[in-house]
Design a protein around this ligand. Structure first.
Ligand code: NAD
Length: 337
């Protein structure tokens, strides 16, 4: 099938070219994002493949449909950047990669926890400057800490398993109780109890209208003073201004984020020669107890290979049967399991 790939980097081209040896799709890679300026590149392509920072609103979908596109292949698990109602109305099909490596994201959440707790980011700089003082680098034992997991699906469950290995007590909040998490000793509680009792809170639920700004000023007020908050899920789960206020007051003791509400304007690009205009983002970077990574939690070689293989299989399946097991439907958004 002829597929236009938007927003591709060298690592995408490498992994997709390798996986396409099996599938033999006619792939054209574009470096540019899918936007009103670039959408004409997709004319004549029955399939278009995009990433999480390509916004597929109703206008964009209508333009793609007019150009002959029938299939949108997301090379991501999340689909909050797509207007699903418009997809249905235009009779298009949208497919995704529901799971590619839950380990990659869960392990990155743990990298943020360990770095924030033991101040690895500060120690690294100090030692390079010849400053061997350990003042201000005091951490705490993870053993015995209470960890609240919001969303115990594929990634949240692996995260819980690893934290269990550290000897942490596990609290969970989800609409569905995962049997593996229960076996680990996780106690499912109401969200307010999770906020009140957790030393570390890690977000692993999807971004939906229900979970938008799940962490706001009221939620932060219910947390233990000095809580560590980790978000490797989607930026919109946290009201960033509320988090900044929480950091200033000390209510939040540590913040580790791989995702940010307005990341589409920043992440995945080298902006080191530009003045960043987002003052809220820049304020976040001034805190010594904040670590921001640029949506790299998924970025392992195993995950890239799985993303490429599943995306190309989704396209092959659609080509053969006009349907796909990994199709995203409006019901998927309501009930992600
Ligand atoms: P999943 O669908 O397996 O699990 C999500 C869980 O959240 C489910 O158990 C679901 O019941 C639960 N949930 C849904 N609504 C909820 C709510 N209102 N409150 C509490 N729980 C709720 O998804 P997953 O594969 O574990 O991925 C989780 C999220 O991680 C994705 O939605 C995606 O946004 C994010 N993600 C980030 C990266 C990255 O690189 N940073 C990579 C992949 C996925």
């Amino acid at each position: 099938m002829k597929v236009a790939f938007f927003n591709t980097k060298s690592y995408d081209r490498q992994s997709f070219n390798a996986a396409n040896q099996q599938h033999q799709h006619e792939i054209v890679f574009f470096e540019s994002h899918l936007s009103h300026e670039t959408v004409s590149l997709a004319i004549g392509f029955p399939a278009v493949c995009i990433f999480i920072n390509d916004n597929l609103n109703a206008d964009m979908l209508a333009t793609l449909a007019q150009g002959g596109t029938k299939l949108i292949a997301l090379r991501s698990a999340g689909f909050n950047h797509v207007d699903l109602a418009a997809v249905t109305k235009l009779e298009m099909t949208i497919v995704r990669v529901p799971a590619y490596s839950p380990y990659a994201v869960a392990e990155h959440a743990i990298a943020l926890i360990l770095s924030l707790n033991r101040k690895v980011h500060r120690a690294y700089n100090r030692v390079r400057e010849g400053n061997f003082s350990i003042e201000g680098l005091l951490g705490f034992d993870l053993y015995g800490a209470t960890v609240g997991v919001i969303g115990t699906g594929r990634i949240g469950a692996i995260f819980a398993q690893i934290m269990c290995g550290f000897g942490c007590k596990l609290l969970g909040y989800d609409t569905y109780q995962d049997p593996n998490c229960l076996e680990l000793g996780m106690e499912y509680v109401a969200i307010d109890e999770l906020f009140a009792k957790s030393d570390i809170i890690s977000l692993h639920c999807p971004l939906t209208p229900d979970t938008h700004h799940l962490i706001d000023i009221e939620a932060i007020a219910k947390m233990k003073t000095g809580t560590m908050l980790i978000n490797t899920s989607r930026g919109g789960l946290i009201d960033t201004q509320a988090a900044i206020d929480g950091l200033k007051s000390g209510a939040i003791g540590y913040l580790g984020i791989d995702v940010y509400e307005q990341e589409a304007d920043l992440f995945f690009e080298d902006l080191s020669n530009q003045v960043i205009q987002d003052d809220t983002f820049q304020r976040l970077l001034t805190f010594p107890n904040v670590i921001v990574t640029g949506h790299q939690a998924f970025f392992t070689s195993q995950a890239l290979a799985n993303i490429a293989e599943t995306t190309l299989s989704n396209i092959s399946e659609f080509e053969q049967s006009e349907s796909c097991v990994n199709e995203v439907k409006i019901e998927t958004a309501i009930a992600p399991k």
